[in-house]
Design a protein around this ligand. Structure first.
Ligand code: COA
Length: 125
């Protein structure tokens, strides 16, 4: 939790939200800019309220975060997903991400993760 708070306060963190009537939070995505030798944005979290799932919000948030990444010069996007999270895995695949290596015991409860990657178009000149 402390690590997540630190991440949210970082200047490399991007957060996009969808609000419903009365300002209630309906969906959110958290991304991180990583200025590596191959600059790549990491999608840290994407979540849609159960009452709003299946309406394309997850897809739209990922597209919007990819646009943020491109604006910041990122040339790739990555995400880690629990192997059991079939909905999230299907979402990333529907958005053009390719499943890569399995990450043994990636999560605190011992579950494996799967790495997803997508090449983003280069920055407009
Ligand atoms: C995963 C999650 C973000 C998807 O959001 P969503 O708004 O329901 O997804 P979308 O409606 O944009 O779906 C886009 C595509 O992803 C795929 N998809 C999304 N959820 C799916 C599911 N549960 N099962 C199968 N495919 C799914 C489909 O291909 C879908 O396209 P289609 O509607 O044309 O079939 C949402 O279910 C969620 O918040 N889950 C709980 C939190 C979570 O697990 N987050 C990911 C880890 S950080």
């Amino acid at each position: 939790m402390r690590q997540f708070r630190r991440l949210l306060a970082s200047p490399t963190c991007r957060i996009l939200v969808v609000r419903g009537a009365g300002g209630t939070l309906v969906a959110e995505i958290v991304g991180l800019l990583r200025h590596f030798s191959i600059p790549s944005g990491r999608i840290y979290k994407v979540a849609v309220h159960p009452s709003a799932q299946g309406q394309g919000l997850g897809r739209r948030l990922i597209a919007a975060m990819e646009a943020e990444f491109r604006r910041a010069g990122m040339v790739a996007a990555v995400a880690e997903v629990r192997v059991s999270n079939t909905g999230s895995r299907a979402l990333f695949e529907a958005c053009g991400y390719q499943a890569g290596e399995r990450l043994p015991r990636y999560y605190a409860d011992g579950e494996d993760g799967v790495k997803y990657r997508k090449v983003l178009a280069s920055r407009p000149s």
